[in-house]
Design a protein around this ligand. Structure first.
Ligand code: SIN
Length: 776
């Protein structure tokens, strides 16, 4: 990126852009200046790629100047609004808008880069005004893939403000910029998160203020009074008083996007692909990534049945004739059936990535291939298929729909495969080691509960609503742990009650939620539990019911009710008693009040519910001193040593109370409830949690298992917990930050690490931390 020297354009627009660089890169801080550039810079012959078209105001300006504009945005709503705006301005022959996340799909950018004539100009306004790493990542991507670019305009408040600090002397400036690009590296985890957040379109309150998406779906780095966006309303239902993370209104598109993300491209992207092909990308595809072999065979094509019967042989014959060893296939309609047939029978002829558009099996009664063979071929040959369908909202009644009979049958077969392949697809990049990885077992037996994966969610973030629990059920979490329930529903403490602290690519959190939950009845409703189970099929996963009654009496009442409901019991694997929430006003923490804690442990562990079918766990607070570990272990061991109770596991540990976040600008506490104090979690308690796991594991009876919890964001963190003696590992802050896909990622990182170390099961290293002692 050395030649891409940015020029900060402040008030006055220079008539001549930056002269000394091959590519002119102008940076502005405001939308007004950005639009000013859009009016002045494009030449009539320019072909412009607009990245982040938002509502299309700038697109219209660009389209009225240039030869062609392709406007991209990650939000469907924005793309539609831009398209309507272009229609209204009668500019649809010059410009079109597409849904496309460039950072997530750099491969499509490469295809667009191969278009002829090429795009020469980029106007980019991504990520609001916040994420500098994204802007730099985009610039890096553009500079490495689009050699024909001549001019780039970027709107970024963050970059503009950095450029203001840059040296004036050109040589020093060049050096400064190189160092700056080197230091501000994109951070993987944050990027994933940013993408998730920005996929939600801009929405406003009734008064017209834009609602802060960052506060709603993660955390906003600015205090409410400092942020120019609204912090008081839910971005999903637009109501005040809660944020989208806690909203009960289901986002209709949510499921669809998640489900498709594994192997399908949305139709808007398909459109982009075809636009790229039409514009001359075909040659590029052929040369670089895809070999497109068009086999014209009219006499066969007249009969579907003959085509199905002889098509694969014809194609294989042509490939042999052309001396082509392997191809990537771009197939459509019935052709995709032939492709699947070849895949099932001779997968070695195919390379790794294929695109199938509007696949259809038409009126054929049965598949001419075994779906099972396709699945095996996909897995064993590390093959990836992108399946694309027409937009379901297409107004044309003749348009292809994935819901019509043929496509639906194929799509159903593939969705089933997708479920089985989910694990191996996420490991796609490691094709050589993939099979070895599959042999690595990260399942565990947690006090009698069989978990296929030792990584599970902690009771806490994203466990409150039905939708959130369903999402966990569908994820790779090894078990499903509900939000700590009280007998009655609680709305929790007033907002703002959660904040995050970014530490490089890791996140710490402080929360003072105050146990917001739907109440005991909601998490023990048997029909809901049945639905959860169905979501976790084919294997089901243990359901851990977390309770945090406001008194021992309340806890016992919940246990009584569970014990009396066989319908519920059949779904219940464990009850986890949270004695460690630091956030309920006026309620001291039971886990620190030893006489009370001992009474709770003794009374609850003797409850008849805890027969061998239901495991009892306690979620502990963090302890800081050896005598306390001794005391806790003694108390818990007494139960294990036959004093008439049952105890399966303890979770080490809940958040560390009395943490305080301070806003220097406003000189106020960041959180409002409980004097601003809250529980510290995530990265800042990682090592404390490891210490607690280690201390308790070395003191507790073997029959009491330890579950590690605290700062688990990567496979390495999970490994460290297990090395210290944890049976399983819970994820809280990172689950909130990244969403339920974190379980799959952490699990595969753990497998990778184990593979590197030559371990095939957790027992190979569990509790085997070695202590280094220096010799005096
Ligand atoms: C809360 O709801 O306050 C957080 C949960 C906990 O710390 O137990």
């Amino acid at each position: 990126m050395a030649t891409w020297l940015p020029l900060l354009v402040e008030e006055d627009l220079p008539s001549e852009p930056w002269q000394s660089a091959e590519i002119q890169l102008e940076v502005v801080a405001t939308t007004q200046s950005f639009r000013h550039l859009a009016r002045c810079r494009p030449q009539p012959s320019a072909r412009i790629l607009e990245v982040g078209c938002c509502f299309g105001q700038c697109t219209v300006l660009l389209a009225s100047k240039a030869m062609e504009v392709l406007a991209l945005d990650t939000s469907k709503e924005c793309v539609e609004l831009t398209s309507a705006r272009l229609k209204e301005a009668e500019l649809t022959d010059v410009a079109r808008s597409l849904r496309f996340d460039m950072l997530a799909h750099p491969e499509l950018l490469r295809i667009l880069a191969g278009c002829s004539p090429p795009f020469t100009v980029v106007f980019a306004d991504i990520g609001g005004n916040r994420e500098l790493t994204h802007v730099l990542e985009l610039l890096q991507l553009l500079s490495s893939t689009m050699p024909h670019l001549r001019y780039v305009a970027v709107k970024s408040e963050a970059l503009a403000s950095e450029l203001q600090k840059a040296p004036v002397n050109l040589q020093e400036y060049i050096k400064w910029w190189e160092e700056f690009c080197h230091h501000v590296r994109p951070v993987k985890v944050r990027r994933r998160r940013m993408q998730q957040i920005l996929q939600h379109p801009v929405r406003r309150t009734k008064e017209g203020t834009e609602i802060c998406r960052f506060a709603n779906y993660g955390t906003c780095s600015k205090a409410p009074s400092e942020c120019r966006y609204d912090h008081g309303h839910c971005h999903r239902c637009l109501q005040p008083g809660h944020w989208a993370m806690d909203c009960e209104v289901t986002e209709a598109t949510h499921e669809k996007t998640e489900a498709m993300a594994t192997y399908s491209l949305c139709s808007e992207v398909a459109e982009g692909l075809f636009a790229a092909l039409r514009a001359g990308g075909r040659e590029y595809l052929f040369l670089k990534e895809y070999n497109i072999v068009i086999i014209d065979s009219p006499s066969l094509g007249l009969s579907r049945h003959r085509w199905i019967q002889y098509g694969p042989a014809v194609i294989r014959g042509v490939l042999r004739h052309l001396d082509i060893d392997q191809v990537s296939v771009f197939s459509m309609g019935l052709g995709s059936v032939i492709f699947h047939q070849i895949l099932a029978e001779t997968p070695h002829l195919l390379s790794h990535t294929h695109i199938v558009y509007n696949q259809d099996i038409a009126d054929l009664k049965s598949f001419p291939f075994e779906a099972y063979d396709v699945e095996v071929a996909l897995r064993d040959h590390d093959i990836q298929i992108w399946t694309i369908y027409n937009d379901e909202d297409d107004e044309d009644p003749q348009a292809y729909s994935r819901h019509s009979k043929g496509p639906a049958r194929l799509s159903e077969a593939f969705t089933k495969m997708q479920a089985d392949l989910r694990c191996s697809l996420s490991l796609r990049n490691h094709c050589g080691t993939q099979r070895a990885m599959e042999k690595i077992d990260i399942g565990c037996n947690l006090a009698g509960l069989q978990l296929s994966c030792c990584i599970l969610n902690a009771s806490g973030p994203r466990t409150n609503t039905e939708q959130q629990l369903m999402d966990i059920a569908r994820s790779s979490s090894g078990a499903l742990c509900s939000k700590s329930a009280t007998l009655e529903e609680r709305s929790g403490n007033p907002q703002p009650r959660y904040t995050e602290i970014q530490l490089g690519d890791r996140t710490a959190s402080i929360n003072s939620e105050g146990l917001p939950n739907k109440g005991f009845a909601a998490y023990s409703d048997s029909s809901f539990l049945q639905r959860l189970k169905e979501c976790s099929e084919p294997h089901g996963k243990p359901y851990i019911f977390s309770i945090s009654g406001l008194s021992l009496k309340e806890n016992l009442e919940m246990l009584d009710r569970l014990a009396e409901s066989p319908d519920v019991l059949q779904h219940l694997s464990a009850v986890e008693v949270n004695v460690a929430c630091p956030n309920v006003p006026g309620k001291p923490l039971v886990g620190y009040d030893f006489p009370q804690f001992a009474e709770v442990v003794q009374t609850m562990s003797r409850h008849p519910l805890f027969t061998k079918d239901c495991v009892l766990g306690f979620k502990l607070p963090p302890y800081l001193d050896a005598p306390l570990f001794d005391a806790v272990a003694k108390m818990l061991n007494e139960i294990a040593l036959g004093r008439g109770g049952a105890l399966g596991y303890v979770v080490c540990c809940n958040t560390l109370g009395s943490a305080l976040a301070v806003d220097i600008e406003t000189e106020t506490t960041v959180l409002h409830p409980k004097g601003g104090f809250g529980g510290l979690g995530g990265q800042l308690v990682r090592h404390l949690a490891l210490g607690n796991v280690r201390h308790l594991r070395s003191r507790l009876d073997d029959s009491i298992h330890v579950v590690g919890c605290g700062g688990v964001a990567t496979g390495e963190d999970a490994f460290a917990h297990i090395l210290c003696g944890a049976t399983a590992v819970q994820v809280a802050t990172q689950h909130r930050v990244e969403g339920p896909q974190c379980f799959e990622r952490i699990a595969s990182e753990l497998r990778e690490l184990m593979q590197r170390k030559g371990y095939t099961q957790l027992e190979d290293f569990r509790g085997k931390l070695r202590v280094r002692e220096s010799k005096l």
